[in-house]
Design a protein around this ligand. Structure first.
Ligand code: DAK
Length: 270
């Protein structure tokens, strides 16, 4: 995908669609609806290719991730996993980790629009996104223990970081499925939209983000992500450095001038 990509362009493999419905916003749809968008190697490869293309696109401001049909993603592909040797399972887990790490490392904000089942690898996919919104019919869970497995795409680690260790333990150890309102109370999602409207809801948030200073948004995301892994004093140093660096940008000058002149800022990613 290039800076000159026409609006509403579709690209990506058959199982992962990338659309540009509005300037600066990409909508990535996992599309394997007959299997509730279950993740096999092909879907992970297509998703990784889509993420890599988005990472190279300087015109990008925000990504919305969703699923086709009645699911967000119902997990890793159980049929495929049932035939795996331990060696293949390790390779599969590594591919899943690399893909979700790449998603998490995108410098622009990512928003999961959870339109239905969000289980196992699907829940792990949502955990790699910055913001999560759910449709009223969404269901979250890490049901791997029901299959005699554990989460394999980062769920044992990212879930606890997002909702706290004891809540994560309860979900991972019981495999319990959680409805949208409870998911909100737990912190698995920020808010619940009526069924069928969650992508619109995510798009409205994406639009707000896309209108902000692009360099500031990228740096804010980067500093927050690096900071959670560091001691507070080190993390605060990241912030001071990034804050100071923004004063070298035309967009910061424009944003502050626009405030003084009581007009809308015109950011140019400079
Ligand atoms: N994998 C493959 N196919 C799936 C699937 C999945 N995760 N989930 C659903 N499908 C398929 C169904 O088999 C069915 O296919 P057909 O029979 O029509 O061919 C079709 O999608 C529609 O599903 P249902 O007929 O079951 O639809 P319902 O509405 O009745 O039920 C459901 C929806 C989401 C409650 C049910 O499908 C379900 O329980 N699905 C499984 C959910 C689940 O357990 N998800 C977690 C998967 S485990 C690791 C790497 C990764 C992982 C672990 C370890 N290492 C390598 C170590 C990750 C594990 C997981 O994610």
């Amino acid at each position: 995908m290039s800076v000159d990509a026409p609006e509403s362009e579709k690209s990506g493999g058959e199982t992962v669609l990338v659309e540009r419905p509005e300037s600066g916003i990409a909508v990535v749809t996992i599309s394997r609806p007959d299997a509730l968008n279950a993740l096999d190697e092909g879907v992970l490869d297509a998703l990784r290719a889509a993420i890599d293309a988005l990472a190279a696109d300087e015109s990008l401001r925000c990504v919305v991730l969703t699923g086709a049909g009645k699911a967000f993603v119902a997990g890793a592909d159980i049929g495929r996993m049932s035939t795996m040797s331990p060696r293949e399972a390790r390779a599969f887990a590594e591919k899943g980790h690399r893909t979700l790490d790449a998603l998490e490392a995108l410098s622009v904000p990512t928003i999961a629009a959870v339109n239905g089942y969000c289980l196992g690898g699907g829940c792990e996919l949502s955990l790699a996104c910055d913001l999560v919104y759910a449709a009223a019919n969404a269901r979250f869970g890490q049901p791997e223990v029901k299959l005699g497995l554990i989460p394999g795409f980062g769920g044992t680690q990212r879930l606890a970081r997002r909702i706290g260790p004891m809540r994560a333990a309860e979900l991972v150890l019981t495999g319990r499925m959680v409805k949208a309102e409870e998911a909100k109370a737990l912190g698995l999602c920020l808010d619940v939209a009526p069924k069928g409207q969650v992508v619109d809801h995510a798009m409205a948030v994406a639009r707000t983000i896309a209108a902000m200073g692009p360099g500031a948004v990228r740096l804010a995301k980067t500093v927050m992500a690096r900071g959670v892994e560091a001691p507070l004093a080190t993390a605060n140093a990241y912030e001071r450095e990034a804050f100071a660096n923004l004063f070298d940008t035309a967009d910061a000058a424009e944003g502050m001038a626009a405030f003084a002149e009581k007009r809308q800022a015109r950011f140019e990613n400079r």
